[in-house]
Write a protein that binds this ligand. Structure first.
Ligand code: FRU
Length: 483
């Protein structure tokens, strides 16, 4: 049976209540049922935020991609609207892949990748448009694909041509699209005056791995910023640990090309991928990523919980000295419930603090290291815990889920990503941490967001414990329940 929006919506309606709630987070976005990967079409239009997702409702695994849809007034509380796109047309019947949104007056434009088989039976990726005027129902344009294989310069593969980032320009519209060329991956820039006819203006960025997918591109604090998922990038110690890091490039645009000045990883945890950003009406650039990773079978899949995939908390971006900083979105404070605070705690060995525990919270810590490692144990049940560890001598912070509970990671490569590390930039001796824990995830913001680590962790025990190990001073600690 051909896929359809009605069929998918009906499935969600009937089966959402069957999802096993054990590992459902309290304040992170998850699918109503089934699978999500990349956030898509993140935008603000007519007084509301819209966020879409790569969605497969029928099983908690990747399948023919639909777009699911939420709306929000504050980026924190999201309402599921329904399925926006299904792979139901000749130009996208193998999947509606990732893309972005462009508010355009009374209409909201979505540009996404339609995957289908060409006349030779080869699966190709081309760029399509759908629009809405009521914010619920989307109409795919009859002239799709609007940017097709025929528009590609010589030596480009239409099999890897995806994830358009659509923007407005003085002259009209622009789309930056990831593509595999004969010799290397790159992003191509296209322009149009009517959204229907597009011309390739050439290579926008290259030399970032074999396939720089999911481009997001914007201006921030006087820099041009590209965020992209650099498949096939050469691993480089702690800087780019895997072969598929999400990187940012800050630089400037010259003659229609991005000239990189700084290239670094966006996040150093194991589960952070395919982020998109939105510009808020008051001018903040906010990012949300998929808090999961390819090749990682999660316990909710193995245990038959009926769902898989979640998004990070929204984070406000800034650029200082060419480097990207991320801080938790201000509006998250509206989730704060019961507060716990202490000052001047000396940790010597293993320690707990009376009354300090939880499973869905924000924890901020100001720490002065004395000697040796600083260790914070979260989601703890006896000997089971998730550790955040800092070595003041090497300035390396790590997240360690070796004792975290259920195992997860890439079963094909054996890379469980159990320990992820980041070098803490700057010269500060003290350490400031802002940590978000929510049922099965930990997001760590180090020293005002100079580094972040996003990780999944699925405890087997009740995991309410929080404790400390090492010799150091906690100058100040605050914890808020979040719900
Ligand atoms: C990134 C990605 C995109 C693609 C989508 C398919 O995670 O591979 O490049 O459009 O997922 O679901």
């Amino acid at each position: 049976m051909l896929e359809s929006i009605q069929k998918a919506d009906e499935f969600v309606r009937l089966h959402a209540r069957e999802v096993n709630p054990e590992f459902l987070p309290k304040y992170h976005v998850t699918p109503p049922v089934g699978w999500i990967n990349d956030p898509n079409g993140f935008c603000h239009w007519r007084g509301q935020y819209h966020m879409f997702c790569q969605f497969y409702p029928y099983r908690p695994v990747w399948g023919p991609m639909h777009w699911g849809h939420w709306v929000s007034r504050d980026l924190v509380r999201w309402d599921w609207v329904g399925v926006a796109l299904a792979p139901d047309s000749p130009f996208d019947d193998q999947g509606c892949f990732s893309g972005t949104a462009l508010p355009d007056g009374d209409r909201l434009i979505l540009m996404y990748t339609g995957v289908h088989k060409n006349a030779d039976g080869v699966s190709v990726q081309e760029q399509c448009i759908a629009e809405t005027t009521d914010g619920v129902h989307f109409t795919k344009w009859a002239c799709n694909p609007v940017i097709g294989a025929k528009d590609l310069p010589e030596g480009s593969s239409p099999r890897d041509f995806r994830d358009p980032k659509i923007m407005r320009t003085d002259a009209g519209y622009r789309a930056i699209v990831a593509n595999k060329g004969e010799t290397n991956g790159r992003q191509l820039s296209f322009s149009s005056s009517d959204l229907k006819h597009w011309t390739c203006d050439g290579v926008f960025l290259e030399g970032i791995g074999d396939m720089p997918e999911c481009p997001d591109y914007f201006e921030l604090d006087g820099k041009n910023v590209m965020i992209t998922c650099a498949i096939g990038m050469q691993p480089d110690g702690l800087r780019f640990p895997g072969t598929q890091p999400v990187v940012y490039i800050t630089g400037r645009e010259s003659d229609g090309r991005l000239v990189p000045e700084v290239l670094e990883a966006v996040d150093h945890g194991r589960e952070f991928y395919a982020p998109e950003t939105v510009l808020t009406p008051d001018g903040r650039r906010v990012i949300v990523g998929w808090l999961n990773m390819w090749g990682c079978e999660t316990p909710t899949q193995k245990l038959g919980h009926g769902w898989c995939g979640m998004y990070t908390i929204p984070r406000e971006l800034s650029v200082r000295g060419g480097y990207l900083y991320q801080k938790p979105l201000e509006e998250l404070k509206s989730l704060r419930g019961e507060e716990f605070g202490v000052r001047g705690v000396q940790v010597d060995g293993e320690a707990e603090i009376d009354g300090l525990n939880g499973r869905h919270y924000e924890l901020t810590l100001d720490i002065t290291p004395t000697e040796g490692n600083v260790e914070i144990r979260l989601m703890r049940t006896g000997g089971e815990y998730f550790a955040v560890r800092y070595n003041p001598a090497t300035r390396i912070i790590e997240c360690d889920r070796t004792r975290g509970g259920h195992k997860l990671g890439d079963e094909n490569t054996g890379d469980t990503g159990a320990i992820m590390r980041a070098e803490v930039p700057g010269a500060r001796r003290d350490l400031h941490l802002d940590i978000f824990v929510d049922t099965c995830s930990v997001e760590v913001f180090v020293n005002g967001g100079a580094a972040t680590l996003s990780m999944l962790n699925y405890p087997k025990g009740g995991a309410q414990g929080i404790s400390f190990a090492g010799r150091f001073a906690i100058d100040e600690l605050n914890k808020w329940e979040l719900a």
